[in-house]
Design a protein around this ligand. Structure first.
Ligand code: GN1
Ligand code: MG
Length: 379
């Protein structure tokens, strides 16, 4: 079914939520790999826009818990902002608001097996698939730090684990082994390269999990997917003004978020590039993202947190490559794809990025040390 055929049905679903006026327009939004996302424009003065999403029920098996997490975090952030937050200053900062269904006041609607939710659109803002400047990199980092700061006093145990094993790299490795055992023999240089790449990093895969199990790192509320295009930038000022895509909010290690943000921001060619040779990790952008992040987050980071920053950057790039490669071997069942080798190409990009991170280990460690030393005492 094309969107043209489906628009009426989509608009009918959107209208089951407490919208402020009649729907004027509805169109696909963004390029998410998991859920289906649409922009809904509502009549009024001014026009108001909303984001309608169908959650992927194969990925989110208990979508009502995803919504419970979203509501819990929104209430917490709103309360913190009402009390006042020194980090905000004059900055505009918004948190997406969840709309309720007219019928039963729940923050979702189920229709023909689909699980739908509607949230506010962050007006007068835009997002980018790749970082455009050093200032933008710093702002993305600050945005993630501010988000972590605002939820740093929310007990992780109060949030549901909606995606068991999400970012637990050894679990992805186990899944990979199971898929590999049933996959046809590797064909082509790309697959052979990926197989060898994973084998060489098996032991490394448990580095963050081991730190969690030993108590060095602890579970906190996390965003789960803070890639560059999930940080909204205010159109007039270019400053970060919101984090969106809150499906993956759950208890986790903030290192997953920091690693994910950096692997995304410091890859100037983006996740979808076909130019493998040119893929690299840009250490100058890394400095900007991390200094922005630390400007907002240094107050709650421990010594062990700093000590695991480099491995987090390396691990989350490797992990995403492993997830893409596993999905390629499994027949593209998790991430949306446009062509049969799409996930293989994405895996090769992430593995190339991982290699570039590994080649710059000393420089990244020095950079983390410098930034840490430059922070005020007690931070
Ligand atoms: C998925 O659907 P999207 O693009 O928001 C994935 C993330 C990956 C990302 C890579 C729930 O996010 O973990 O980092 O693709 N989300 C889930 O682009 O698996
Ligand atoms: Mg996402």
């Amino acid at each position: 079914m094309t969107l043209g055929d489906a628009t009426g049905e989509l608009a009918a679903i959107a209208a089951t939520f407490e919208l402020p006026g009649p729907i004027l327009d509805l169109e696909p939004l963004g390029n998410g790999n998991v859920n289906d996302t649409y922009l809904v424009v509502c009549d009024g003065d001014p026009l108001q826009r909303f984001v309608l999403q169908r959650l992927n029920r194969t990925v989110f098996v208990q979508p009502e818990l995803v919504m419970a997490n979203m509501v819990a975090i929104a209430e917490h952030v709103e309360a913190r902002m009402t009390q006042g937050c020194a980090l905000l200053g004059e900055r505009r900062w918004e948190h997406p608001r969840v709309l309720l269904s007219r019928a039963d006041q729940r923050p979702w609607v189920e229709r023909d097996g689909g699980f739908w939710r509607l949230i506010t659109f962050i007006e007068s803002s835009q997002s980018f698939d790749v970082v455009a400047s050093a200032e933008q990199a710093r702002e993305v980092g600050f945005g993630l730090g501010l988000f972590h700061h605002l939820i740093s006093d929310l007990p992780a145990a109060g949030l549901a684990d909606t995606l068991e094993g999400f970012h637990v790299t050894p679990r992805y490795l186990e899944h990979y082994d199971g898929v590999l055992a049933n996959a046809p023999a590797a064909a082509g240089d790309g697959e052979l390269h990926c197989l060898a790449f994973v084998e060489e990093r098996r032991e490394f895969a448990s580095v963050l999990e081991a730190a969690r199990v030993s108590g060095q790192l602890r579970l906190r509320p996390i965003h789960g997917d803070p890639k560059v295009n999930n940080v909204m930038m205010e159109a007039c000022s270019g400053r970060a003004c919101a984090l969106v895509d809150l499906d993956t909010v759950k208890p986790g290690l903030i290192h997953y978020d920091i690693g994910d943000c950096l692997r995304s921001c410091c890859n100037p060619l983006g996740e979808e590039t076909a130019d493998l040779e040119a893929v690299h990790f840009d250490i100058h952008l890394c400095r900007e993202v991390l200094s922005g992040y630390l400007a907002a987050a240094s107050g709650f980071l421990t010594a062990a947190d700093y000590e695991h920053l480099y491995v987090a950057i390396r691990l989350i790039s490797f992990e995403l490559g492993l997830r893409f490669f596993t999905d390629h071997l499994a027949g593209n069942v998790y991430f949306k794809t446009d062509r049969p080798d799409h996930n293989l190409q994405r895996a090769l990009v992430q593995f190339r990025l991982t290699e570039s991170i590994e080649a710059q280990e000393d420089r990244i460690l020095d950079l983390i040390g410098d930034l840490r030393a430059g922070l005020a005492p007690g931070c």
